[in-house]
Design a protein around this ligand. Structure first.
Ligand SMILES: Nc1ncnc2c1ncn2[C@@H]1O[C@H](COP(=O)(O)OP(=O)(O)OP(=O)(O)O)[C@@H](O)[C@H]1O
Ligand SMILES: [Mg+2]
Length: 461
């Protein structure tokens, strides 16, 4: 039920009726102000931002629809209900066209008016909630919400920028947790369809038998349990974007129907013969190898080509390790929100482990690891190796620098290792202002070992 502690302006020239209605509305929690004419109403409206206006249509002087106009002009969000006398329904319709939410006809029971008010207030609440959510989503899903500066990500951004504006079908591939849904939403919110809906359907999360009705909708009695007509996700995404997640799990029968949608942009609800046309952009995603499924005869080849018009392949996190510090920072900020804590930091040792781990669950797994680390490091404001899960800490092999790669032409291992040794010793000396004892401690060496190494390295070319 809508919240009734609202400021309401009641405009009615018949004094007995006005006072009776005002009293009943007040009994139901409204904060009521009365006006006995259109002129008086306009004065009230210029002094105070009412939530609700209830006005008789026929008033001496300025009439009710002029009051509604004036109110809506000043407060586009105001809820207006008009009260009509016998024979003025035509005017009520007129008032609704001009922005009143509803009307009640005289004589009316107070319940009728209360009901109209509840419905109108609820509708306004939903409307502002939607506007709010949409604004939030747009904020969240601009491309700059996709974190990454590595080369594979730079290539991805370039591709997304050029394809977002089109209506072409897109197939997003990538391991679990690489951000397929984030990218799909970003595409929608950067397209001309952004004012319409982004509708997501996870094909593997819905039982096969229900998926068809979910996608296409159904009419009453189409199958056992189909009690009413229902619009499907496809219709809901009209003029917007339909995101078909895990599209590789679709049954052969449904694959045929989806193919038709992609070719003809039309379909029928389950149990219906009427053909419905839709204008929808399809973005599909999969973490299985669709080509392989085609070869194995589990996925239609023609559908694969219809979906794969623009392939967007997301890199695994281990293929863009240089983005890990950025992502870590992004998630530290995210998990700090609302707790009024100082910014969090991560020790270099912990960061090295994070960068060396192979992240089979990709960004989602990293996000969970950071959330956990923030929780267990409670209060310290600093995340260290001990806050990471053993899996992440227990590395196979040494902790390589992130950018380490083996050139095609090969390399001289001894010389390369020496150059790394020299570099690290130099950095530790720089950091300690040339103090060899402190530099040795930074590298977990004896002072004498550091000095020996220095001498040896100086002899090398
Ligand atoms: N580039 C990125 N920048 C910031 N956050 C990201 C990025 N990629 C993924 N995430 C976050 O990681 C999580 C997983 O992303 P998403 O759900 O899009 O992955 P997915 O590829 O759809 O995974 P699955 O195949 O398991 O469904 C989300 O919380 C998302 O916000
Ligand atoms: Mg997903």
């Amino acid at each position: 039920m809508a919240d009734r502690s609202k400021h309401l302006l009641l405009v009615e020239d018949e004094v007995h009726l006005r006072e009776a209605v005002a009293e009943q509305l007040a009994d139901h929690g409204y904060l009521v102000q009365q006006a006995d004419s259109g002129e008086a109403a306009l004065t009230c409206l210029s002094d105070f931002a009412f939530d609700v206006l209830v006005t008789d249509l026929r008033l001496p002087g300025i009439d009710g629809s002029a009051v509604v106009d004036a109110a809506r002009e000043r407060y586009p969000d105001i809820v207006a209900i008009v009260v009509t006398g016998y024979g003025t329904v035509k005017h009520a319709v007129e008032a609704i066209k001009r922005g009143a939410s509803d009307f009640v006809a005289k004589p009316f029971q107070i319940d009728e008016l209360l009901h109209a008010l509840d419905a109108a207030l609820e509708q306004r609440r939903l409307k502002s909630e939607n506007a709010y959510l949409r604004a939030q989503l747009e904020e969240r899903y601009r491309f700059d919400a996709i974190v990454g500066k590595s080369r594979p990500m730079a290539r991805l951004f370039k591709l997304l920028e050029s394809v977002a504006a089109t209506s072409s079908t897109i197939l997003i591939t990538g391991e679990t947790g690489t951000g397929k849904e984030v990218v799909a939403r970003a595409i929608h919110h950067n397209s001309t369809r952004r004012a319409h809906q982004f509708v997501a359907l996870n094909c593997s999360a819905i039982p096969e038998a229900l998926l068809e009705a979910e996608l296409f909708g159904h009419v009453r009695g189409a199958f056992t349990g189909a009690v009413g007509n229902r619009t499907g996700r496809l219709e809901q995404s009209h003029k917007g974007t339909l995101f078909l997640d895990e599209v590789g799990t679709m049954s052969p029968a449904l694959q045929v129907k989806l193919l038709r949608v992609l070719q003809e942009r039309e379909f029928e609800r389950v149990g219906d013969t009427n053909t419905i046309k839709v204008d929808v952009r399809v973005v599909a995603a999969t973490n299985s190898d669709l080509r392989q499924l085609v070869e194995d005869g589990q996925f239609r080849e023609d559908l694969f080509y219809r979906l794969n018009v623009i392939p967007v392949a997301l890199p695994a996190l281990r293929e863009r390790r240089e983005d890990i510090p950025l992502l870590v920072q992004h998630f530290l900020d995210k998990f700090r929100v609302g707790r009024e804590r100082a910014p969090l930091s991560v020790s270099q040792d912990a960061m090295r482990r994070l960068m060396a781990y192979h992240w089979p669950g990709n960004v989602r797994q990293l996000e969970n690891a950071i959330e956990r680390a923030v929780a267990v490091s409670d209060g310290r404001g600093h995340i260290d190796v001990t806050d990471l899960l053993p899996d992440v800490v227990r590395q196979e092999g040494p902790l390589f620098p992130a950018a380490l790669s083996l050139p095609d032409e090969g390399l001289d291992l001894d010389a390369f290792v020496s150059s790394i040794e020299r570099e690290l010793i130099q950095r530790s000396l720089e950091r300690t202002g040339g103090n060899k004892g402190q530099a040795a401690r930074l590298l977990n060496l004896k002072r004498t070992t550091l000095v020996e190494k220095l001498k040896r390295l100086e002899r090398l070319p």
